[in-house]
Design a protein around this ligand. Structure first.
Ligand SMILES: *Cc1c(COP(=O)(O)O)cnc(C)c1O
Length: 356
């Protein structure tokens, strides 16, 4: 290996996180959400570690087809359904369950020539105003679909905008119950936050994503610290150079950090072109040789400078953890004003990935 940066995927952590989800929602079946290339972990790398799941949820046809070609026989849910009616032939061929959120999709299903009925997730808008039928449109849409020979099993689906908050599910859940009146339907509502924190949302199928990868749906690691969930991705690299600063010496582009006294700093082989957030300010946590320290100055495309003051042993070749078990991705993300979801998804293709 040349450049020392590597992302390691902990398959045991994936299995354990799925088991923890099952314990949290013991009466429900589980859609493991593997959209966005399994939140940046690589769907082809991780799906077997999640094979105890009841189904996989994603939104790219390419990812769905890959799972079928690898031999996955259980359900696959397209979270956003199909984007054009000609995709229905592929849904039919690969037996994909589809979300239906708009009237044109109902019409397309009615007109399609299918080899067998498709299972449907009727998506309702429970207040987020992203995808789905309004509560008062659900009954008619449901009955229209129910009357079609092309439709098999049906489930009512909704999504929460604020499930990480104590009261965040109250109003949406009321809208769901209003929409479901008289339908006697299966339901799938819960994302990670609702799966962990609101058992009244569990119903037939839960749809956890971020918790499978061991980060917090609230963005705060402390909210899941006692859950047993474990980070799946560890991003590590090495110190490739050391500089000894004098008082008033500056660091990096824009001279954004200035030394207050003599200070030893290290240069890490990782930058924003690897997926590290460019907005991470001075003070973002990082671990060098097992010692917690901080970034200094601007993040460059290929390098990060770090404070070696507390790392007396550290030098060229010292191991650096950018995020993982010791430095939580949630803490790096919140320092940079974002969420763990974005950092995972942004892992760059140039970073080699190892499976453990
Ligand atoms: C992404 C997504 C999920 C999973 O969300 P997490 O917060 O990662 O658990 C569930 N349902 C839908 C519709 C989604 O788009």
């Amino acid at each position: 290996m040349s450049r020392p940066i590597v992302a390691t995927i902990d398959t045991a952590a994936l299995r354990q996180n799925l088991a923890i989800v099952r314990q949290a929602a013991p009466e429900s079946r589980v859609w493991s959400v593997v959209k966005a290339n399994a939140y940046g972990h690589g769907i082809d790398r991780v799906w077997q570690s999640l094979s105890e799941t009841d189904g996989f949820a994603l939104l790219n046809l390419e990812e769905a087809i890959l799972l079928r070609e690898r031999g996955w026989k259980k359900p696959i849910l397209l979270l956003e359904g199909f984007f054009h009616s000609d995709e229905l032939a592929i849904l039919d061929r690969y037996r994909l369950t589809t979300s239906v959120h708009s009237n044109w999709q109902i019409q397309a299903i009615a007109n399609a020539k299918l080899s067998a009925p498709l299972d449907i997730y009727l998506k309702m808008n429970s207040g987020m105003n992203r995808l789905g039928f309004q509560p008062d449109q659900v009954y008619n849409a449901w009955q229209k679909l129910r009357s079609l020979d092309n439709v098999g099993e049906m489930t009512l689906m909704a999504h929460f905008a604020e499930a990480e908050k104590a009261e965040g599910i109250v109003a949406p859940l009321q809208r769901v119950e209003r929409a479901a009146e008289g339908l006697n339907c299966r339901r799938s509502l819960a994302n990670s936050a609702a799966t962990l924190w609101h058992s009244q949302t569990h119903f037939d199928w839960v749809r956890p994503g971020i918790v499978l990868y061991g980060a917090s749906p609230s963005g705060q690691w402390q909210d899941i610290a006692s859950s047993g969930l474990q980070p799946v991705m560890t991003l590590t690299s090495e110190i490739i150079a050391v500089q000894n600063l004098q008082t008033d010496d500056c660091v990096g582009y824009g001279a954004r950090y200035r030394a207050q006294a003599a200070q030893r700093i290290g240069v890490v082989a990782c930058g924003y072109a690897d997926g590290y957030p460019r907005h991470a300010p001075t003070g973002t946590p990082v671990m060098v040789d097992g010692v917690l320290t901080q970034t200094l100055g601007a993040i460059s495309m290929d390098m990060i400078m770090v404070d070696l003051t507390p790392c007396h042993q550290a030098g060229i070749g010292s191991k650096v953890e950018l995020w993982g078990n010791s430095v939580k991705i949630d803490d790096v993300a919140s320092a940079a004003g974002t969420v763990g979801y974005e950092l995972m998804c942004a892992l760059a293709p140039r970073v080699p990935v190892e499976i453990r």
